[in-house]
Structure formats: structure tokens, C-alpha cells
Design a protein around this ligand. Structure first.
Ligand code: ADP
Ligand code: MG
Length: 700
């Protein structure tokens, strides 16, 4: 149990051999204590166990030899300023040279008569030599010491950091391990260790740094040995236990007024429903409303594939809150989406007595002031907006429900800021695309999860095809066919910050070209993030009405935009989009009963990953499958595309490689939480240190 008396809490600078210089280098890589040092596992392992007689050295091999130093000294070379330090080394079978470029200081390290172990590549240069080997000096009498550290065994290789060579780190870790007390405390509860049959922490640390002879190096390099897995499991367990404790603390909060449901509320909800909810929607709604009736605040994640119909579920929850006299804040990631939600919600609530307002960055100052006053007085029941909702100056009279759409665009900080505007309000988070289970467990581990499976009835599956740019005529033919049948089409252009100007030009030129030369008889419009808010709104509204047939857009339409009559989605430069992004874009069509097509246009040849993304999208329309594939291709850090995504910083584990262990850790943490947390010393440790340890300080 890490506590003040924990031997692993010793600051590194107090260790022998760690002067201020090295301590500073360690600080720089976040290694402050003995524990930090020991949890910094080797980057890889090398098998230096098999000693080869000098006479059997072969060029091209990486070899360990043991011998006696015959001569040592510096040899100048023809290159000015370049000097070689050279050893002649002898064993019973023969003599060879060891060559160290530019390391004159070795003069003071080696002397004739010493017995040394050398490990390095064998090369042929004016005879056989071993080049720039790792070395270790054995005792001068030639007797092998009990434990060689750097050679003659499987050795750990650490990432170099400043002056800290792998070798220096290896020596230090070895020394620290040798001094660990036999009864080293173990943060993993005994019950967990027993259940999962895990070795002690002490043993795991030893074996993870200095594996036993005969260990499988490949397995070591895959971080798959029992010792490594035990340390990874420990990290995941501590993380999950901390998540669950945090959740329990939140559950200890009480909201001022849980909602109640009666016939009036039910009738009010039924009145706005434009269609029959699917089973999945109904089930999610039931869980949400059950949460809202509880004394503790709801913290729920609602996930479902693109087009699964999350919005209406959230809206019914909003009606329940409003019927109970509570205010609702509905936060969307972009202005377009906020506007669209505003329009949809206002339409659905038209006949109701509820007042809806909109708050985004582009609401004019005077209007904004009036809206803020109405929110503060309680005159407004529901406010839809962007992150502007989470800004200072916004105060509510009785905020009871916070709905956050397309969560992973928002920093967790914004999520917390909005929540703070009420007294323990219910929080419903919706995601744009499904999140792979491991990541959901990690970033949303403190939320309850409802998943809407499947899509509303009457949808025809979207056909997805990939086309080379050279076949653009075919693509236009598809668009024409759709528009002639009374449908509409999107043509999407990538837009990234780095090349924004060029990208914008390309999209603009394309819109002009399509209008003037390809589709003169139809109405083509352009939509991008640089347009003024009212201009965007005008274009979107025209497209929604069907006045615009072909909408050329940058990715502003990515999330949430809903125009069921649009049946063709053309994505230009599909190779530049992320997989989840492409899936999102595709989800803009296939929203009505008519068959829809998504065309991914890309250069005839492209990179492997781009090709893999496009293949994945053509192969599957299931957002859950695609999310898993996306995670594989991108890795967890990039999956969310935002630094604030709430991913923990891990030291030994890897979210991708070790995802199975995260599941197991969650299961054990849940059991521990239920049975032991009340009396476990781990509870107070995690309460105090969890956020800091996992780099999540300030996370709501
Ligand atoms: P998402 O889950 O991606 O946010 P939306 O909430 O935007 O999806 O819903 C997608 C479309 O499906 C909308 O046009 C919506 O009106 C429609 N829809 C949602 N639920 C149903 C349903 N039960 N029956 C028919 N259409 C539905
Ligand atoms: Mg949506």
C-alpha cells in the first residue's frame, strides 16, 4: 500500500549514484521516486545469455564473448578528430578486437588483466572485431560475479533519457531491486491477487526488469509474461478502482428535486412524439427516466450508431425535466448542429407551453443579454447551444438536466463546467459514434451506459462504393440520377487547419464548377465554417427545404445534420478523413426510406492506412465494428482527436495491446468496490492520489 513509509516513495535523488544531474534528467521524464523508476519498464529485452568462444565469432551476428583484456589504448584514425578506443581480448580459443568509437574515457575503465563480458555486433574490418559493445568488467581475478547485469543474461534495455544511458539505468534499477525489502507492500488487495493468481509485486518487479534465464524474449518484448501482465493489471485495477470510487462519490450527491412521473408528464411526452420509438430507444429512455427519478444525479452515456435516433430520446428526457419545473441545457459541438437541434426541438415543442432559447457564439450581444436574463430568471425552460453555454456569465434558475451531444468533441472540463451551473443536475452524454468498449471503460468509466442497437425501421441500408478520381463522371452520373428523382446530394471536401486556405479554395472552386459546368440546371450551394452564422443557417435551411439540390460542404455537416431527402453522399479526398469521421459523414444519408449511396472518392493510389480505412468503410455499415477498426488503425490517443479526452496516462499498460486486461481489471474493481472498499486502505490512497497518478487533475 503506497503510504508515507513506503520504501518505493523514496525520492530518486537520495539514492547512491544519482547526483543532481541525473536526478534532473529523471525529473524531466517524470521519474521522481523509486516507484516511478521501477514502473518504467524496459523498452525491450535482449538475450545476451549465450557466450560464444572468440574463435567462433561470425560477422553479422550479435554476440556475447567473455575474455581477458590483453592490451587497451586509443588509436587515431585518418578522420580528423575521430579516435578509436580499442581492446584486444583473449579467451582459450583465440584473440579479437573490441572497438569503441570516440570514447577516450574508456582508457580509465579498462586495464590489461581484467576479465570482461562484451556484447555487440561482430564486423569484418581489417579482421574480425566486435563493435561498440556493451561491456561489463568481471572481478579482476577472472571469476564470474554472482550476477552479471549487462551481459551474459537476458538484459533489459531502457529508453535513453538525457545523460541516462540504458546502461546507467540498468545498474540503478538492479541496485534498487536488490535493496527492496522482502515484505514490499503491494497495492493489489490480497483477494484480487488470489482471484487472479498473481505473483507478489516484489517478484513481478524483479522479473519484469531482470527476467530469469531461459525466459522467452519474444514474450517479454510483447509485454506478455506473467510478471509484466501482473504489473499492467495492477495499474489498470488502480485506475478502475479510482473510477468507481469517483462514481460512488458522485452518487453520494443529492439533487434538490428528483423528477416524478404521472399521467400528465406521460401525456406531454406522448404529444410531441412524431413516431413510435424503437425497442432500443424505449429501453434507453426507461433507464434514463429511472435515473432521473432517483435522489442521486444521473451520469449516463447514451450511445448508438449514427442515425440510431438519440435526439428524440434526449428530448423526451428534457420534457420530463421541464414538466417537473426544471430547466434543461442542451449542448452541441458546432453551431450548425446547435442550430439544427434548436429548429427541431422548437418544431416538436411548438404546441407546448415551454420556452426554448438558443445560445451560441454568434447570437448578437443585445439578444444574448436578454436570453441570459431569461435563463437566469427561469423564463426559458430549455436552452440549446454550443460551448457558449458553459461560459461564465451563464446562470440558471433551476438547471436540472444537462444534455451533451457528441461528447468527445468536448473536453471533460467543459462537461464539468456545465454541470456546475446546476445543483447536482442529471447529466446525459450522447456520443456521435460508438466507442470501443475499452475506451468507453476508460474515458467514460464513471458513467452508466445505455446503448441503442439498430436503426429506426424503414431504412434501406446504405450502399458504399469507392471510386478513383479518374472516374468522376460516374460519380456525377449517380448524383444526377438522384437529383432527377427528386432527391438531394452532399459533396464533402476535407478541411484541415494546416491547409485551410487551400482546402477552402478547392471546395469553393468545386462548388462553382459543379454549378456552372456539371449541374447548371440545379441549385448548388456551398457551406463551410467560415461563413457567417446567419449565412450558414440560410444555406442549411434551403437545403433542408429542398431548394438546394447539391450541397458542397466542408466537414461542418459531419455531425448530426439531418435531411432525410438527401440520398447521395460524395466524399472527395476520402483518403484524408478519419474512419469514424467517414462513418459520420455517411450517416448523413440513409435517413429516409429511399436507397442511399455513399461514394468515397480518392486518388488511384494511396497510403496503406488510407486504403485500409476506405476498405473498412466499404465492408461494414456497423458503427460498432468500425469504431473497433478505427481504434486499431489510430491508437487510443488519436481516437478522440482531443487531448482533453480524459484518457489516463499509463506507465506500464497500453490501452490497445492490453485491452483484455482492462476488462478483467474492471470486473475485479467492481467486486472490490462492492465488498471491500469501505474498509480498504486503498480507498483513501486512491481518493487522494488517483487523479494525479493518472494525469487527470482537473477532470470533471
Ligand atoms: P442520431 O442518433 O445519429 O443523433 P437522430 O436522433 O438525428 O440520430 O435521428 C436520425 C433520424 O431518425 C431523424 O430523422 C429522426 O427523426 C429519425 N428517427 C429517430 N427515431 C425514429 C423512430 N423511432 N422512427 C422513425 N424515425 C426515427
Ligand atoms: Mg445526433
Amino acid at each position: 500500500m503506497p503510504a508515507v513509509t513506503d520504501p518505493l516513495a523514496t525520492p530518486l535523488q537520495f539514492l547512491k549514484g544519482v547526483g543532481p544531474r541525473r536526478a534532473a534528467d529523471f525529473e524531466r521524464i517524470g521519474v521522481h521516486t523509486v516507484e516511478d523508476l521501477l514502473l518504467r519498464l524496459p523498452r525491450r529485452y535482449e538475450n545476451r545469455a549465450d557466450v560464444v568462444p572468440i574463435a567462433r565469432m561470425r560477422p553479422g551476428q550479435t554476440t556475447t564473448i567473455i575474455g581477458e583484456v590483453v592490451t587497451s589504448g586509443i588509436r587515431p584514425t585518418r578522420r580528423p578528430g575521430f579516435r578509436l578506443f580499442e581492446l584486444a581480448v583473449r579467451d582459450a580459443s583465440g584473440v579479437t578486437r573490441a572497438v569503441f568509437p570516440n570514447q577516450a574515457f574508456l582508457r580509465d575503465v579498462f586495464q590489461p588483466g581484467q576479465h570482461v563480458v562484451l556484447f555487440g555486433p561482430v564486423e569484418f574490418r581489417q579482421g574480425l572485431q566486435i563493435s561498440n559493445p556493451d561491456y561489463e568488467i568481471l572481478r579482476d581475478d577472472g571469476e564470474e560475479p554472482e550476477a552479471t547485469i549487462h551481459t551474459g543474461r537476458i538484459v533489459p534495455v531502457y529508453e535513453k533519457a538525457g545523460t541516462l544511458t540504458p546502461r546507467i539505468q540498468r545498474s540503478l534499477v538492479h541496485r534498487v531491486l536488490a535493496e527492496l525489502p522482502a515484505d514490499l507492500p503491494d497495492p493489489l488487495p490480497a483477494t484480487v491477487r488470489r482471484a487472479r493468481q498473481l505473483m507478489s509485486r516484489r517478484e513481478a518487479l524483479h522479473l519484469a526488469h531482470f527476467p530469469e534465464a531461459g525466459a522467452d524474449v519474444e514474450q517479454l518484448n510483447a509485454c506478455a509474461t506473467d510478471a509484466q501482465q501482473r504489473l499492467i493489471f495492477e495499474e489498470f485495477f488502480l485506475f478502475q478502482a479510482g473510477v468507481l470510487l469517483r462514481r460512488a462519490r458522485q452518487r453520494g450527491d443529492r439533487k434538490p428535486k428528483p423528477v416524478t412521473i404521472d399521467d400528465r408528464v406521460r401525456e406531454s411526452a406522448r404529444r410531441v412524439l412524431p413516431f413510435k420509438l424503437t425497442d432500443g430507444q424505449r429501453e434507453a429512455l426507461r433507464a434514463i427516466v429511472a435515473d432521473m427519478q432517483k435522489p442521486e444525479p444521473m451520469n449516463r452515456l447514451l450511445q448508438g450508431d449514427v442515425g440510431a435516433g438519440k435526439t428524440i430520446v434526449a428530448l423526451i428526457a428534457a420534457i420530463v425535466a421541464m414538466e417537473n419545473g426544471l430547466q434543461v441545457a442542451f449542448m452541441a459541438p458546432t453551431e450548425i448542429l446547435a442550430d439544427q437541434h434548436y429548429v427541431t426541438i422548437r418544431r416538436l415543442l411548438d404546441a407546448s407551453r415551454f420556452r426554448i432559447a438558443r445560445l451560441t457564439g454568434s447570437v448578437p450581444a443585445a439578444k444574448r443579454r436578454a436570453t441570459l436574463a431569461e435563463i437566469a430568471s427561469g423564463a426559458v425552460n430549455l436552452v440549446v447551444g454550443t460551448h457558449a453555454l458553459a461560459e461564465k456569465g451563464v446562470a440558471f434558475a433551476a438547471l436540472g438536466l444537462v444534455i451533451i451531444d457528441e461528447q468527445h468533441r468536448f473536453g471533460v472540463i467543459q462537461r464539468a463546467a456545465l454541470r456546475e451551473k446546476g445543483t447536482n443536475p442529471d447529466v446525459l452524454v450522447m456520443t456521435a459514434t460508438p466507442i470501443p468498449r475499452t475506451l468507453a471503460l476508460t474515458t467514460f468509466g464513471d458513467l452508466d451506459v445505455s446503448t441503442i442497437r439498430g436503426l429506426p425501421p424503414g431504412r434501406t441500408p446504405i450502399r458504399t462504393i469507392a471510386r478513383s478520381e479518374t472516374r468522376r463522371d460516374e460519380v456525377y452520373a449517380l448524383v444526377r440520377e438522384a437529383v432527377e428523382a427528386g432527391r438531394q446530394a452532399y459533396v464533402i471536401y476535407p478541411l484541415v487547419e494546416d491547409s485551410e486556405k487551400v482546402d477552402l479554395k478547392a471546395a469553393t472552386a468545386m462548388a462553382e464548377h459543379l454549378q456552372a459546368e456539371v449541374f447548371p440546371q440545379y441549385h448548388v450551394a456551398l457551406l463551410h465554417g467560415r461563413l457567417k452564422a446567419d449565412e450558414k443557417e440560410r444555406v442549411m435551411a434551403a437545403f433542408a427545404r429542398g431548394d438546394v439540390h447539391i450541397l458542397v460542404a466542408t466537414t461542418v455537416v459531419e455531425v448530426g445534420v439531418d435531411v432525410p431527402n438527401a440520398t447521395v453522399m460524395v466524399v472527395e479526398h476520402a483518403e484524408r478523413f478519419g474512419l469514424s469521421q467517414l462513418h459520420q459523414l455517411r450517416g448523413r444519408v440513409g435517413r429516409g426510406a429511399a436507397a442511399s449511396t455513399c461514394v468515397l472518392v480518392s486518388p488511384p493510389r494511396m497510403g496503406e492506412t488510407s486504403q485500409a480505412r476506405i476498405d473498412a468503410l466499404v465492408a461494414s455499415t456497423d458503427g460498432f465494428e468500425i469504431a473497433e477498426r478505427d481504434l486499431e488503425l489510430r491508437g487510443p490517443g488519436d481516437f478522440f482527436g482531443t487531448r482533453q479526452s480524459g484518457l489516463p496516462s499509463l506507465r506500464v499498460g497500453d490501452l490497445m495491446r492490453d485491452r483484455r486486461l482492462m476488462d478483467l481489471a474492471r470486473v475485479e474493481a467492481e467486486r472490490w468496490m462492492a465488498e471491500e472498499s469501505a474498509t480498504s486502505p486503498l480507498t483513501s490512497y486512491l481518493t487522494a492520489n488517483w487523479a494525479g497518478r493518472f494525469g487527470l487533475v482537473g477532470v470533471g
